[in-house]
Design a protein around this ligand. Structure first.
Ligand SMILES: [Zn+2]
Length: 107
């Protein structure tokens, strides 16, 4: 069953996308994605970090979980971010990979 790409993470150089496939109960593959915050001051910060024009309507723009820490969530299971959180300048998954590799090497 081919998956259909619905939208992509707008963080620079991030290749994560959200897929869903009909017939498989809209199975979500890959990452959690977060909408831009309603607070215009915070969402402007998000746009600046992501290199998006601040005048662009961000209603359909998403950022994936790689740019947030788990503790950035108010409720991780419900995909609720702390309202004042901004995406990190690094990709968290890369950081974790590096740390894991270093840890493995030192064993
Ligand atoms: Zn991303």
């Amino acid at each position: 069953m081919p998956s259909r790409k619905k939208f992509s993470c707008k963080f620079p150089e991030c290749a994560n996308s959200y897929y869903w496939s009909k017939g498989e109960a809209n199975t979500v593959v890959n990452k959690r994605f977060y909408r831009f915050p309603k607070n215009s001051e915070i969402s402007t910060k998000w746009k600046m970090i992501c290199g998006i024009d601040i005048n662009i309507n961000c209603r359909n723009i998403y950022i994936c979980e790689d740019h947030f820490y788990k503790q950035d969530s108010v409720n991780f299971n419900k995909h609720l971010l702390n309202p004042n959180v901004i995406p990190k300048h690094i990709r968290i998954s890369d950081l974790v990979t590096v740390q894991t590799a270093a840890f493995t090497t030192s064993q």
